[in-house]
Design a protein. Structure first.
Length: 99
């Protein structure tokens, strides 16, 4: 179960890295979310990614063992992220360089 969630999180992070132009691999969940914020990823992408990575982190670090429905929800959330992030439209920086 742990390996499944770790691999699923890595797949989603690699995808987000490609479409958002960030280095998401080998980054913590918090760092990925900060990078998505900096890249001006849409709020729904950031929200879903935060919930998804949080669920994966529970399995990875807290030894949480989700039931079949919980694992299904995590997979469904990963699919939603892929749909929401296709493609991430990055807004240009505001005038004067301020975010």
């Amino acid at each position: 179960m742990k390996e499944f969630h770790v691999e699923l999180a890595e797949i989603v992070k690699r995808y987000l890295g490609e479409v958002a132009g960030i280095d998401a691999v080998d980054r913590t969940s918090w760092e990925v979310l900060q990078d998505l914020q900096t890249a001006r990823a849409p709020a729904p992408v950031r929200t879903e990614t935060g919930a998804f990575l949080g669920a994966c982190d529970l399995v990875k670090f807290a030894k949480h063992l989700p039931d079949r429905a919980g694992s299904g929800q995590t997979v469904a959330r990963a699919r939603r992220i892929l749909e929401l992030a296709r493609p991430i439209r990055v807004a240009p920086p505001a005038a004067g360089g301020a975010p």
